[in-house]
Design a protein around this ligand. Structure first.
Ligand code: ADP
Ligand code: MG
Length: 291
């Protein structure tokens, strides 16, 4: 697969959770394509559907409708045993809490080797791969430390190494910076950016952290289970050492889009609006604002 072909394709994804009383619609028509080797951030308020989306991408959860393809796999038409193999071989996962990612009674290097023990690799290969990963993450000197001898950011970097041990094509991280301060969050995002570049792995990270777009290729903002906007950071044309972040609204295949809350406020109304459109601009006006 090359860089111009999408590695992840989600089409009109819906996910409904059936509670005891009412249904919760966690995803309402997500269209998303992610290229191989891309580093994508997902931001959004709590309850907006971020974890649900990651769980669908990792094959842990099935959407209620829509399509998900990852590489050559159609996740909705896979047997349970193929899904288990997909999760084991193709996906690495980093959770918010370091305690969920690494075992306290194993040294950093042993934690990284553990998934390879399970997948049956020789001990020499395991050690070599584990040390390569730890070096790539700037942790070579900490390989023989136990988790409680490492900082929170270092523990999460070990967790990234653990997630990459079996060479997955996709690395998913659900708020890996949630328990870290800003500077340490930067370290973890930088580490994710590095592994994305060095190992060619596709990385999708859910985060609340506002500095994310400095590290990612783009950030997808979701609200109420829909994609609202994407933020893309690029080097400034005039000052290549500076990053410029542009925000784009996203119009899906069916022409649906969601206005950002500040535009909705500026519009001052919901319900009927008039559209004045020409080739380079579209103006929305509340009904009755002109004749
Ligand atoms: P986020 O990760 O953005 O905080 P989630 O994807 O966890 O959001 O949740 C999206 C919505 O789906 C929320 O309203 C949440 O309460 C609901 N939800 C998530 N998981 C379940 C579940 N297993 N059962 C019922 N409702 C759920
Ligand atoms: Mg969540």
């Amino acid at each position: 697969m090359n860089k111009t072909e999408a590695y992840i394709v989600c089409q009109d994804l819906f996910k409904t959770y059936k509670g005891t009383e009412l249904e919760v619609v966690a995803l309402r028509g997500i269209d998303l394509e992610i290229m191989q080797g891309e580093f994508v951030g997902i931001i959004g308020y709590s309850g907006s559907g971020k974890t649900t989306l990651l769980n669908v991408l990792s094959g842990l959860d099935k959407p209620s409708s829509g399509q998900v393809r990852i590489g050559h796999r159609d996740l909705l038409n896979m047997s349970e045993s193929d899904l288990v193999a997909f999760r084991r071989e193709e996906v690495g996962f980093v959770w918010q809490s370091p305690a969920r990612n690494i075992l306290p009674y194993l040294k950093a290097v042993e934690n990284v080797e553990l998934p390879m023990v399970i997948s049956g690799q020789s001990s020499a290969d395991r050690r070599e791969r584990a040390m390569d990963l730890l070096s790539a993450l700037g942790l070579e000197a900490k390989a023989t430390r136990y988790p409680d001898e490492l900082s929170g950011g270092e523990q999460q970097r070990v967790a990234i190494a653990v997630a990459l041990a079996n060479r997955p094509g996709l690395l998913l991280a659900d708020e890996p910076t949630g328990e870290l301060d800003t500077r340490t969050a930067d370290d973890v995002l930088k580490a994710l950016q590095d592994v994305c570049v060095d190992f060619g792995v596709t990385v999708v990270v859910v985060t609340h952290y506002s500095g994310t777009s400095r590290f990612t290729d783009r950030v997808v903002q979701i609200r109420d289970g829909r994609i609202v906007a994407e933020l893309v950071s690029q080097a400034s044309k005039r000052r290549p050492d500076q990053l410029v972040t542009r925000e784009y609204l996203v119009v899906d295949r069916a022409g649906r889009m969601q206005l950002p809350l500040d535009s909705l406020k500026a519009l001052g109304t919901t319900g009927r609006v008039r559209i004045d459109a020409d080739s380079n601009q579209i103006v929305l006006k509340p009904e009755g604002s002109d004749s």
